[in-house]
Design a protein around this ligand. Structure first.
Ligand SMILES: Cc1cc2nc3c(=O)[nH]c(=O)nc-3n(C[C@H](O)[C@H](O)[C@H](O)COP(=O)(O)OP(=O)(O)OC[C@H]3O[C@@H](n4cnc5c(N)ncnc54)[C@H](O)[C@@H]3O)c2cc1C
Length: 306
C-alpha cells in the first residue's frame, strides 16, 4: 500500500507534521527509531518555547504527542535505513519496506563529540552527553562542561543544582550564548567559567578522573573532575541517506523556503535542515511549513496526471 506521506522521525518537527497531515486528511505514516518526542525526552527545561514558558521537556513531549494522536496517523517504531528515489518512494526500514508518494525527513541530530583522546573510552564512565539523564548522578561531585552556547549554559545551571562544582570550558574568548543566560551563569557561585580554553584529553582509571586543557596563551593544566558533560553542537542524523538526498559538508539537508530538498517530493524539517535555528519552536514551525508544501506537491502531482 502506498501512503501519501512518510515522515521520518517523531521529534517536535515530525509529530507536528504528523498532526497537520492527519488534520488535512493525508494518508501519512511516521517512522521512529527510538521514542516519540525526540530530544524533548532528554531536556529538563525548555525555557524559550512560545506560550509555554519554562515547560519541562517531557511535559511538552506529552502535549505534542497527545495532539498528534488526535488523528489516526500511525507510528511505526522502526529505523529508516534508506530512501530510494523511485515512483513511489521506497522507505527501507529495520523491519521492512514501505511506499510513499512524498517523504519528509525530520530525523534531528545527536550530540557532537569533542574528538579528543580518551573521550570515547570514558563515554558512559564519566563522559556523558545528556545532562538530564546522567547529571543527577554527580551529586556533590565536580563536573566539567565542554561548550558555551545556550544549551551548554542551560545544562550547566541544571548540573549546578546537583554537583558541588561545575567548571565550564569554552574555546572562544567569549561565551556564544544569550545575555540573560550568561548573567545567570555568572551569578551562580557553583559555576566557574573558563573561556579561551580547550579540552585536549580525558584520563582516568576505571572512570574519568581528570581532563587536560590548554588556554589561548598556550598554558596547559590538568583539572581533576568526576564527570565531563559534552555539549558542543548537533550532528545531523543524515548518514543513512547516503547519496540519495544531497547534504552539505556539515551533513545538513539544504532546502528552499518551502522546505523542499533538491529531490522532488522530498522535504526536510527541524534540526537537520541547513539554516535551522535548532530550537523546538523552529522545529514545530518547520513541521507545519513542510506539511503545507507536501500538500501542494501532492496536489500538483494529481493535477498533472493525464
Ligand atoms: C543540550 C540541548 C539542550 C536544548 N535545549 C533547548 C531549549 O531549551 N529550547 C529549545 O527550543 N530547544 C532546545 N534544544 C534543541 C531542541 O531539542 C531541538 O531543536 C528539537 O528537539 C529539534 O526537533 P527535531 O524534531 O528536528 O529533532 P529531534 O528532537 O532530534 O527528533 C528527531 C527524531 O528522529 C528520530 N530518528 C533519527 N534518525 C532516524 C531514522 N533513521 N529513522 C527513524 N527515526 C529517526 C530520533 O530518534 C528522534 O526521535 C536543545 C538541544 C540540546 C542538544
Amino acid at each position: 500500500m502506498t501512503s501519501d506521506l512518510a515522515i521520518i522521525g517523531a521529534g517536535p518537527a515530525g509529530l507536528t507534521a504528523g498532526h497537520v497531515a492527519g488534520r488535512a486528511g493525508l494518508d501519512a505514516v511516521v517512522f521512529e527509531a527510538e521514542t516519540p518526542g525526540g530530544e524533548l525526552v532528554n531536556r529538563d527545561r525548555i525555557e524559550n518555547y512560545p506560550g509555554r514558558p519554562d515547560v519541562s521537556g517531557p511535559e511538552l513531549r506529552t502535549t505534542l504527542y497527545e495532539q498528534f494522536q488526535q488523528y489516526d496517523v500511525p507510528i511505526v517504531l522502526e529505523e529508516v535505513v534508506d530512501i530510494r528515489d523511485e515512483d513511489p518512494f521506497t522507505i527501507a526500514t529495520s523491519g521492512g519496506e514501505y511506499a510513499a508518494r512524498a517523504v519528509l525527513i525530520a530525523c534531528g541530530g545527536r550530540a557532537s563529540t569533542l574528538d579528543v583522546p580518551g573521550e570515547s573510552a570514558y563515554a558512559g564512565r564519566g563522559v556523558f552527553y545528556c545532562a538530564k539523564c546522567d547529571g543527577p548522578l554527580y551529586r556533590d561531585e565536580v563536573v566539567a562542561v565542554a561548550g558555551g552556547d545556550d544549551w551548554a549554559l542551560t545544562d550547566a545551571l541544571f548540573l549546578a543544582d546537583h554537583a558541588a562544582e561545575v567548571i565550564l570550558f569554552e574555546t572562544e574568548s567569549e561565551l556564544p550564548a544569550g545575555a540573560s543566560l550568561r548573567e545567570r551563569v555568572a551569578s551562580n557561585s557553583t559555576i566557574e567559567v573558563r573561556t579561551g580554553t580547550e579540552i585536549t584529553k580525558v584520563t582516568g582509571e576505571d572512570v574519568i578522573d581528570s581532563i587536560n586543557v590548554i588556554d589561548s596563551a598556550g598554558r596547559t593544566d590538568i583539572v581533576d573532575v568526576d564527570g565531563l558533560y559534552v555539549q558542543v553542537g548537533i550532528e545531523p542524523n543524515t548518514e543513512f541517506l547516503g547519496d540519495a538526498i544531497p547534504t552539505n559538508d556539515r551533513g545538513e539537508i539544504v532546502t528552499d523556503a518551502d522546505l523542499q530538498t533538491e529531490t522532488d517530493g522530498v522535504f526536510a524539517a527541524g534540526d537537520l535542515r541547513c539554516g535551522s535555528p535548532q530550537t523546538v519552536g523552529a522545529a514545530v514551525g518547520d513541521g507545519i511549513t513542510a506539511c503545507r508544501s507536501v500538500q501542494q506537491y501532492l496536489e500538483s502531482q494529481t493535477d498533472s496526471q493525464p
